[in-house]
Design a protein around this ligand. Structure first.
Ligand code: FAD
Length: 468
């Protein structure tokens, strides 16, 4: 994993990172646009957008449906449209304005959070909500109404978006905010790109005086200890836990509770270095098995030698540890990976999490990357937003024929029975029946869908098709 890439490969991948996905050239091309999980794998026409005025002009003469997409950092099929036309926004990434008095930045929707950070951090500003990778676009962050480690204090991404412009395939335009066209705002925040193209958006940044984070990592054993720590540290802005979901017996549900606040000691606000490592090849299927994962988890748990550490840490490894290795999804091989991510309400959070963890441990399907955290109770603004007050849990599974999908269905059913929901941005396996329980607003939401726009996710969970 730590193999250094050749300079040529590193340059090529950096260009991919900064410019979007393979296929983003200057004209329409049949190419595969992958989501992060690399499953499902569909071909589509990839149409790069460079100017806000490109849409809806580029749709003229198209015979199949369309879908605006960003960096393809969603895991499943929410950013895919089989045999359709993907409008890739990453070429539409200009910064339009910034007001240092209010911290409000206005930019085209294809700008990435990495590009916003490069601009904002040296000026003493930071993202209000940050996901586990900075390689997502502003439009993608709004369309999935993403959440970060500070959900309890800051809620979701859409709560920090004063306004944006939505353009529909018939050319109609809406300026949307919580007070202007509020129904279109609520449908588009978390609306998975289905209501139209977000051309530009505003984002309220927050002031910082240092790149550094006052970090603490605390080992815990079991969900009770996790909940205790959560209560004890509720005054800290960022909290997240890494969880070992392979070990059983006395090590069942052990983990590291990681917390941080922006340092209040003024420091040099220098820009971020370039990422250095690239996962260079497709891992063979046997590389990931429960032995290797168990060994990794034990190493990770004991990497933190002391039960409690305190340190000053740069924001990059704190927020984006996985971005250190570009294309780490290749570790799962050609078949790809599935992510299972749920939110459970407080009433069932503890019981449900223990039951689901037992089911996962029993399945023997290994996972390195299990994350546990709490969601707060500030409501999200989107009709289809994922968060609910309670516990959020996420982990990756390699795709193993005959095993992974039945397991995902069982886990989805358990999530439903405990009153929770799965995250559409990470999903490739939810059943239509589960979807309709998880997102009871879906029929109201469907009234706002642009008739020309669809996604493989939407077609899978509703059976709906674009009407051209
Ligand atoms: C390593 C990793 C860590 C992650 N951590 C988190 C996390 O902590 N929290 C979290 O919430 N998510 C997380 N994610 C998921 C990721 O933040 C979301 O899937 C995000 O929406 C991806 O943005 P994107 O630019 O790649 O959009 P895509 O994946 O390309 O598209 C996402 C959706 O946005 C729509 N869309 C994109 N651009 C536009 C536009 N201009 N107008 C209208 N619709 C548009 C698409 O149609 C699609 O439905 C993580 C992903 C990875 C790979």
């Amino acid at each position: 994993m730590s193999t250094a890439p050749s300079p040529a490969l590193e340059k090529k991948l950096r260009v991919e990172e900064s410019q979007g996905q393979p296929g983003s050239g200057t004209s329409k091309s049949k190419a595969s646009f992958e989501s992060w999980g690399r499953y499902p794998n569909y071909s589509a026409n990839v149409i790069p957008l460079h100017w806000q005025s490109d849409f809806p002009a580029v749709t003229e003469g198209l015979h199949n449906g369309i879908l605006p997409v960003g960096m393809g950092r969603s895991y499943g099929d929410v950013c895919l449209l089989k045999d359709g036309n993907l409008l890739v926004t990453t070429g539409m990434n200009r910064l339009i304005s910034f007001d240092p008095e209010t911290g409000v930045l206005t930019a085209e929707s294809g700008i990435t959070l990495a590009q916003i950070l490069d601009f904002a951090v040296p000026r003493g500003f930071f993202l209000p909500v940050s996901p586990g990778t900075k390689y997502v676009t502003l439009g993608g962050a709004i369309a999935n109404d993403i959440h970060g480690k500070n959900h309890e204090m800051a809620a979701s991404f859409g709560n920090h978006v004063p306004s944006f412009e939505l353009v529909r395939s018939d050319g109609s335009r809406y300026i949307c905010s919580p007070t202007q066209n509020p129904d279109w705002f609520a449908a588009t925040v978390g609306g998975m790109g289905l209501t139209g193209l977000i051309t530009w958006a505003q984002l309220r940044l927050k002031p910082i005086v240092s790149r550094m984070i006052d970090y603490e990592g605390i080992q815990f054993h079991g969900i009770d200890e996790f909940l205790e720590l959560k209560k004890q540290y509720q005054h800290i802005e960022y909290t997240v836990s890494w969880l070992d979901c392979v070990s059983t017996g006395k090590n069942f549900a052990r983990g590291i509770f990681m917390i941080g606040d922006h340092s209040k000691v003024p420091d040099d606000l220098k820009p971020s270095p370039e990422p250095k490592l690239v996962f260079p090849f497709e891992a063979p299927g046997f590389a990931l098995n429960s032995m290797s994962v168990s060994a990794f988890n034990t190493l990770f748990f004991h990497k933190q030698m002391k039960p409690h550490v305190k340190t000053l840490q740069d924001y990059e490894p704190f927020f984006y540890p996985l971005d250190k290795v570009l294309h780490w999804n290749r570790m799962y091989g050609k078949r790809g990976l599935l992510q299972f991510q749920y939110a459970l309400p407080w009433e069932t959070a503890k019981e449900g999490t223990i039951a689901i963890l037992r089911e996962i441990a029993k399945s023997g399907l290994a996972s390195f990357l299990a994350v546990l955290k709490a969601f707060g109770d500030i409501p999200s603004l989107g009709m289809m937003s994922f968060p609910m007050p309670g516990i959020m849990f996420a982990l990756d599974f390699p795709i193993k024929p005959g095993i992974s999908f039945p397991l995902m269905e069982r886990l989805g059913d358990m999530t439903r029975d405990y009153g929770g929901r799965l995250y559409s941005a990470k999903d490739a396996a939810m059943t239509p029946e589960q979807f309709k329980v998880f997102y009871p607003n879906w029929q109201d939401f469907a009234r706002y869908r642009d008739p020309m726009i669809s996604s493989s996710y939407w077609e899978r969970v509703t059976g709906d098709q674009p009407s051209l």
